[in-house]
Each structure stands twice: as structure tokens, then as C-alpha cells.
Design a protein around this ligand. Sequence first.
Ligand SMILES: [Zn+2]
Length: 188
Amino acid sequence: MATTRTLFVTALAALTLTACSNTEPDTPTAAHYPASQPDSGPAGGEIDDRMNLEYTDLPALARLDPVLLMALHSAAADARSSGVDVYVTSGWRSAGYQQRLFDEAVTRYGSTDEAGRWVQTPNNSKHVTGRAVDVGPTDAADWMIQHGNDYGLCQTYANEMWHFEMATTPGGTCPGPLDDPSDERAVG
Ligand SMILES: [Zn+2]
């Protein structure tokens, strides 16, 4: 189906792949992660960048935990059959990229404590270990909140409707989300 959206995503992925070919494979480029990506702050509800799950060569997808990636593919296929397209807006991130995000958040929010409510440090981020994924657009995140547990995928932070981790067995019950990423520090 050659919709405008499909063409846009195809073009975006082509550009992203081109950008990657000249850089270290583990160094995500700005093309992967625009400043407006969700984890960069509360204004990030808008989603500009969408990675189609078919583009498996992208490090942001290829370096996700295989179990999470498989669950995501299953969920996205079922969402699609319900008329909901699921895109990945952020997947695996290098530690360097996560540090830049954190530093930017400190600048934006004025303190490391406040920044920590929105962005994890590289040592704590599940994105750096490939065990977290952000999805969009909003209807996809809504679908995932309702059905993600069928695949083991759970919303883990109440203030990030787009962020999912494997947090239960498929068909199990998701634990209640933490208020925000800084909660995790309390439990190590
Ligand atoms: Zn996230």
C-alpha cells in the first residue's frame, strides 16, 4: 500500500541507513534520534521519528534484546490487524547517546534530580542494554498499554506512555508502573 505515510517511512529509513553507513555502527546518528524524541522530556509526546520494524538493520532495532524484539514484532502484527500501526521511536541507544540525552535534560530542567525524572543515566537506562523500547504514535502506545501484557510488554513508567519493557510473562499481569524513571534508584 503506497500511502503517503509508507512512502515517508521508507524515505526516512533510507536516509537513516545512508547516514549510518559513514559512522561507527554503535554510534547512533541524529537521524535516529531527533531532539523531540519522547524520552527527552515531557514535551516529547509528539513523535517525529518512526522506525518501521521491517528495517531490522538499524542498530536501534538490531541491538534490542531478541526476546523483546520478538515480542514487539508479534504485538505489532496483531495491532496492525486491529488497524493500529506500531512504530519504534527509540530502541537501543549507545551509552554515549544516553549520556548526551541526560546532559541535555540537566540543562533543560536545571538539576540532575529533575532530569532523572525524564531521562536515565547510561548506567541505569534499559535502552542502553536493549531492554526497553519506545513506541508511537499515541494510538499505538494506547494499544500497547491495553494489550502489551499478552506479549510480556509492560509500560514501566507512569509518565512515559510510550516506554515498554519485558516485565511479565506473555499473558501475565504487568506490575504497576513506577511514577517515573527516578523511582528506580530507590530499588537500585
Ligand atoms: Zn524509553
